[in-house]
Design a protein around this ligand. Structure first.
Ligand SMILES: NC(=O)c1ccc[n+]([C@@H]2O[C@H](COP(=O)([O-])OP(=O)(O)OC[C@H]3O[C@@H](n4cnc5c(N)ncnc54)[C@H](O)[C@@H]3O)[C@@H](O)[C@H]2O)c1
Length: 285
């Protein structure tokens, strides 16, 4: 059900790769809520071809960019304002990538070139988007910029690896830039910390299925889907959240506030009992 929450608003959505992408869902929901926007992704992502379907469906222009390049970001923002006929009201940063995760490098055996790239693509690019937008005076007063984060910024989760550092940096950028942009232009900058979700980036984290099962059992409301995340992004772009800024907003069914749930404990007990029975676990282990 649509509420016209983004009627008349213009934006840029970075990071829609395929139908599973969180940014894809945000584009669909923002369109339903009346927004006009451009879509941006890397030339490689565009070669997969799926983003053309989304562009057609939402009447959006696609603008290629590597988000680590300041020149590319400048071009995206300028061309977006031209295509949309004015300054922007919202930007979604939905970009993440770690070669260390992809190549299964352990956190105590990182490849430092990959590590550098992880931080540049997944965190510094957010600063670049904000800095370029501010220098070009591209966002209207009371505009809203959102990036997607993950609870590994606060807590250690096995195998999330150097992406945890990138997310911690991303959330810090939201606070530091949020102060400047809020003070000068009344522009909001926030991160939304989403539940684990099956997407191309999500599948890169080995064992994500088990993690999703665990967080589902641990969260009183269950995991948040990509569609639900898109709803939250729409609200954050709307005028209903004008005084929310510099926040990391958990969108995870309550997971981030849990220690142990009854459902997770039941599962844990079951596997201990099974392991004791088949002799794979000694009670003193
Ligand atoms: N999937 C999850 O479990 C989960 C949970 C919390 C947060 N997130 C975050 O959500 C965001 C979107 O990820 P997703 O899960 O939708 O996966 P996805 O793979 O669909 O999206 C990641 C996007 O980043 C883009 N990208 C990679 N390198 C880039 C570059 N140099 N320049 C521009 N774009 C680049 C990819 O092309 C892709 O579109 C990421 O920041 C991710 O960390 C995902």
């Amino acid at each position: 059900m649509a509420y016209n929450l983004l009627k008349g608003k213009r934006g840029i959505i970075f990071g829609a790769l395929d139908h599973d992408s969180i940014a894809w869902k945000v584009a669909e929901h923002a369109f339903e809520e009346g927004a006009k926007f451009t879509l941006s992704n890397t030339p490689l992502a565009l070669r997969f071809g799926e983003i053309n379907d989304l562009a057609e469906k939402t009447g959006s222009k696609i603008i290629m960019a590597d988000a680590t390049s300041v020149e590319d970001i400048e071009r995206v923002i300028k061309e977006s304002m031209e295509a949309l006929g004015g300054k922007l009201d919202f930007i979604l940063h939905s970009i993440g990538m770690s070669m260390n995760v992809r190549k299964d490098r352990a956190y105590d055996d990182l490849n430092y070139d990959f590590y550098h790239k992880t931080l540049d693509v997944s965190a510094m690019s957010f600063h670049k988007v904000l800095q370029v937008a501010r220098k070009l005076d591209a966002i209207n007063n009371w505009g809203s910029v959102v990036a997607l984060s993950y609870v590994a910024a606060q807590r250690t989760l096995f195998r999330y690896n150097d992406m945890a550092d990138a997310k911690a940096m991303l959330e810090s950028i939201a606070r530091s830039f949020g102060y400047i942009y809020g003070r000068d232009k009344k522009i909001r900058v926030n991160t939304i910390s989403q539940s684990p979700t099956i997407t191309t980036a999500g599948k890169g984290v080995k064992g994500i299925d088990n993690l999703i099962d665990f967080t589902e059992r641990m969260s009183p409301l269950g995991n948040a889907s990509a569609d639900e995340c898109a709803d939250y992004c729409v609200v954050m772009f709307s005028d209903l959240t004008k005084k929310v800024t510099m926040q990391n907003l958990f969108h995870d069914g309550g997971f981030s506030s849990m220690g142990m749930s009854y459902r997770a404990m039941q599962m844990y007990n079951k596997s201990i009992e099974a392991a004791l029975k088949d002799g794979t676990l000694d009670i003193d282990d």
